[in-house]
Design a binder for this molecule. Structure first.
Ligand code: SF4
Ligand code: SF4
Ligand code: FES
Length: 592
């Protein structure tokens, strides 16, 4: 009998070869929880996720870039920021705006290879560019121009006609596009999508035919569209309002605030002589990041047009030009008389500065014996959940604080109108003639004594019995308190135009006429003299002598010495040259 065959045990599997050695384990972090690397031979310690360009900027190393923007997503499409990195696959150059630093990595930003890439990339970007710098509105603040001079400075090697694209395309009410100058960095596209949340811009077509454009037949009419002009690193997107009105290197820039609403966006006020040309957002991470709305951009126009530049006495047919001193004297006498006769109502504007309003409240309380003040100002406008507030007055909070400092009740404009209509107001002193209701202003226009300090012509200025020319915020230093209670300083751009003087100076002169001692002349002196009354009021971390951030980030091209925002000095001197028109017009210091 055959023996049952036992099944054979399966042959032992051949031992697996050991896996090939992987990349070496990353070194343990030198600084636990942080990343330590070497950039251009210097050790740097950063938070995980910090990109190479951010780290370099923090070290003061200037890596050129176009498409990167710290408040937008990373596109890494311009290739201007490539650097050498020790861990780059195949030893390729890598975009420093996109790649985070890793432990132990060695970065080089200034090798001959990197420099050659920067030069070659510029040559590519400029290949079909019209290079019309001499007639381009961006000249003087164009990164293409700056980098060309820094890295390339070579004539074009193109010997065939350039690829041409659209010129002077009005994308909407505020922005004009020259497609030929666009380097397709997509900053504008990303801004509209990510910040404005209204994707009205996009890239159409492919390859060398690619252009920035709106959807067919649709305008770029978002209320924040103007920001794409500031974002565009070249002269492709320009502000229709500003185009060809002035060369930027002739202009000076003051650190100012937008007066368009209660947000108080930080702005650069660009001006030449005593004329404002444009507003640009200035960085303040707590208030407006680095954006502003298109309506706010237009507020500079009130600094130029419709100004009250001389005093007047009398209304209607009796109105006659007077010197400022004559008008102040007559106004002082009229107010003193009205006080004796039963009181003067006081109307304050939340467009005036905190210093102006402190001075006005001081005179109202101590000189006129007022127990209350009425609030004028502009009517409400639109609001959104980004920057714009419905209250289109920059300093309503400041007005309330100034009144509170003097124990004055704050009452609405409508109450003043009702009192005037009922014949209960004999005299009115107006500090800032903006009014929320034109019909109400008509009721005030009939008052027998109407002393008006006005920056711009308007219904109250037209009806004044004594009109005093007042300076806007561009013509003096001061403070606005925004809707959050954040006090922010603005600085004078130029000396007051014509006969105008700041409200605080006019109020001080009236106070003197009413027998008060006035211990202030300038805004700073007003603050020092009267701000102790604000004790207990929280104004965030406000210090009068420190302006908010200048708004230039590290890594931008270095600022020229002695200038506010890197411009050449140009017309920066605030005193007009001897013999010039402004000098003849009698431009004088703000304190007098
Ligand atoms: S228009 Fe300006 S911001 Fe927009 S993609 Fe072109 S270069 Fe960039
Ligand atoms: S949001 Fe207000 S403060 Fe800011 S720019 Fe617009 S109007 Fe001016
Ligand atoms: S800035 Fe890095 S690729 Fe454009």
């Amino acid at each position: 009998m055959a023996e049952d065959k036992k099944p054979e045990a399966p042959a032992a599997a051949a031992p697996k070869p050991p896996p090939p050695p992987g990349p070496p384990a990353p070194p343990p972090p030198k600084n636990p929880g942080l990343v330590t690397a070497v950039v251009d031979g210097r050790e740097v310690v950063v938070k995980p996720g910090t990109t190479v360009i951010e780290a370099a900027q923090g070290m003061g190393i200037d890596i050129p870039y176009y498409c990167w923007h710290k408040r937008l997503s990373v596109a890494a499409n311009c290739r201007q920021c490539l650097v050498e990195m020790s861990n780059a696959p195949g030893g390729k150059l890598v975009p420093s705006c996109q790649v985070p630093l890793t432990e132990g990595v060695v970065v080089k930003t200034d090798t001959p290879r990197v420099k050659d890439q920067q030069r070659a990339n510029l040559e590519l970007l400029l290949l079909n560019h019209p290079v019309d710098c001499s007639i381009c509105d961006q000249a003087g603040e164009c990164k293409l121009q700056d980098y060309y001079m820094q890295f390339d400075a070579q004539p074009s090697r193109l010997d065939i006609p350039k690829n041409t694209k659209g010129k002077r395309i009005e994308l909407g009410p505020t922005v004009t596009l020259d497609q030929e100058r666009c380097i397709l960095c997509t900053r504008c596209v990303r801004f509209m999508r990510e910040v404005a949340k209204n994707p009205q811009l996009g890239v159409a077509n492919r390859g060398t035919r690619s252009v920035i454009t709106t959807f067919p037949g649709q305008p770029l009419d978002d209320r924040y569209a103007g920001n794409v002009v500031d974002l565009c690193p070249v002269g492709a997107l320009t502000a229709t309002d500003f185009r060809f009105r002035g060369r930027v290197w002739f202009m000076s820039s003051a650190r100012s605030l937008c007066t368009g609403c209660a947000r108080g966006c930080n702005v650069a006020l660009d001006y030449l002589d005593t004329t404002a040309y444009r507003l640009r957002p200035r960085e303040n991470a707590d208030v407006n990041q680095e954006w502003m709305c298109d309506q706010g951009r237009t507020t500079y126009k009130a600094l130029n047009a419709g100004r009250v530049l001389a005093a007047r006495l009398g209304r209607g047919a009796a109105a006659a030009r007077a010197t400022r001193d004559e008008a102040l004297k007559a106004a002082g006498l009229a107010l003193a008389e009205a006080r004796r006769a039963g009181g003067v109502a006081v109307l304050l504007s939340p467009v005036a500065s905190l210093e102006d309003l402190l001075a006005a409240c001081h005179v109202a309380k101590e000189g006129l014996g007022a127990a209350e003040v009425f609030v004028g100002g502009r009517p409400d406008g639109w609001q959104d959940d980004f920057l714009k507030k419905a209250d289109e007055n920059p300093n309503r909070k400041g007005l309330e604080l100034a009144a509170q400092a003097y124990g004055l009740a704050v009452r609405p404009f409508a109450d003043l109108v009702a009192a005037a209509r009922a014949g209960r107001v004999g005299a009115l002193w107006v500090v800032g003639a903006e009014v929320p209701d034109a019909a109400g202003a008509e009721a005030l226009a009939a008052l027998p004594v109407l002393v008006v300090q006005a920056v711009n012509e308007g219904p109250l200025a037209a009806a004044a019995t004594a009109l005093l020319p007042a300076s806007p915020h561009a013509e003096g230093d001061g403070t606005f308190v925004n809707f959050e209670g954040r006090a922010q300083r603005f600085e004078a751009a130029w000396h007051p135009r014509g006969e105008a003087r700041p409200h605080l100076a006019l109020a001080g002169a009236l106070g003197r006429a009413l027998g008060l001692k006035v211990p202030w002349g300038t805004a700073r002196e007003t603050w020092l003299a009267l701000s102790p009354r604000l004790a207990g009021v929280a104004l965030w971390d406000f210090k009068w002598d420190s302006l908010p951030s200048v708004g230039r980030r590290k890594g931008h091209l270095p600022l020229a010495a002695g200038t506010v925002d890197g411009r050449l000095a140009g017309q920066k001197e605030r005193l007009p040259p001897e013999g010039s028109e402004p000098a003849k017009r009698g431009v004088a210091p703000t304190s007098w």
